[in-house]
Ligand binder design. Structure first.
Ligand code: PBG
Length: 329
């Protein structure tokens, strides 16, 4: 590795000017790396603030073209929909997830119709935006039921695929769901619908602002530790990914992002599969707060996103997507 020594060897030599730094740069960030999450709300002409996520809004379906046009002109390849379901439509079993006129379905239909395949559409498969208890699965006697939940997730997946979702992203962390969903999709001839498994999703403290946005934070009973992963573990992440690949995942996600760059790297090294990273709401809000208070500057966003590329991520889900894509070539 070392080909000389000081003083004849000086690594600063190749950092001296911008042009030489550009020549030796190992990783780059482009708009093609970014996925923009969009929160949905009911009503008309609504663009609602989210208190814990300054700069992020919930949009009613009729205003979606505003933000999607912006994403397209910024060359962002994909958007992801997340619904803020009104409380009166939530119940114990999250049945609104299977309503073909729910927010996500309406957004998928309208967007597919208008934009065809100009931009990718990704949707979350999980019940938490629809359950009154805020959990991702069916809850009975304080237990999240695995196999019973799978039956609902399969139906939710088929519905979203039918409505035009290009990439289904199961984020529920139930065992066995990737295989079951893939099988059900294939049986109904949705063989081109991709599966992006949130293979490695930690029971994290960084999801708070998102739960505010979809209204599952105050609702949430207990925690998600019996299904989301313990953040002390990394070998377990490799087992999760190995299983999901075997079951038919096209892509895998690691979530949250920045505290888990080590996990992205070990998955990339071992499996050579596209790994996506999710820079989650808590990460967004912390960085945004720092910028708003002049504690750090705007470039911290790019630095945070490049760290994902360096760790081996192919793409990053980030609430900064539109802001940053504008500034990139
Ligand atoms: C749940 C889901 C969560 C996020 C995306 N999908 C939250 C959770 O597991 O409680 C969090 C995203 C973020 O914090 O930005 N299916």
């Amino acid at each position: 590795m070392i080909t000389g020594k000081y003083p004849s060897l000086r690594l600063r030599r190749s950092r001296k000017y911008n042009w030489t730094r550009r020549l030796i740069r190992e990783n780059d960030l482009s708009a093609s790396d970014l996925i923009l999450p969009i929160f949905l709300t009911e009503g008309k002409n609504k663009k609602l603030k989210i208190k814990s996520m300054p700069g992020v809004f919930k949009y009613s379906i009729n205003l979606l073209p505003k933000i999607i046009d912006e994403a397209l002109s910024n060359k962002i390849p994909m958007i992801a929909f997340f619904p803020s379901t009104p409380d009166h439509k939530k119940n114990n079993d999250g049945t609104e997830a299977l309503n073909e006129n729910n927010l996500v379905c309406k957004a998928l239909k309208a967007t597919k119709k208008k934009y065809k395949n100009e931009i990718g559409l990704m949707t979350d498969v999980a019940l938490d935006p629809y359950t009154s208890h805020g959990h991702d699965g069916l809850l009975k006697k304080n237990i999240i039921l695995n196999d019973e939940t799978l039956n609902v997730l399969i139906k939710q997946s088929l519905l979203q695929a039918e409505m035009g979702s290009d990439i289904l992203a199961p984020s529920d962390m139930m065992d066995g769901r990737i295989g079951k969903i893939r099988k059900a999709l294939d049986k109904k001839n949705f063989y081109d619908t991709q599966l992006l498994s949130y293979a490695v999703k930690y029971a994290s403290n960084f999801y708070g602002p998102f739960r505010d946005a979809v209204g599952s934070r105050s609702a949430l009973k207990g925690d998600k530790k019996t299904y989301q992963m313990d953040f002390s573990n990394s070998d377990e992440a490799l087992r999760e990914v190995a299983l999901d690949i075997k079951e038919g995942a096209d892509l895998v996600m690691v979530k949250p992002g920045m505290p888990y760059l080590d996990i992205i790297r070990i998955i990339k090294n071992k499996f050579k599969i596209p790994v996506f990273a999710y820079q989650v709401s808590g990460e967004y809000s912390l960085i945004k707060h720092g910028i708003n208070k002049n504690i750090i500057n705007q470039n911290a966003i790019i630095e945070s996103l490049i760290s994902f590329k360096r760790s081996g991520a192919s793409a990053i889900v980030t609430y900064f997507a539109n802001d940053i894509a504008k500034k990139l070539d």
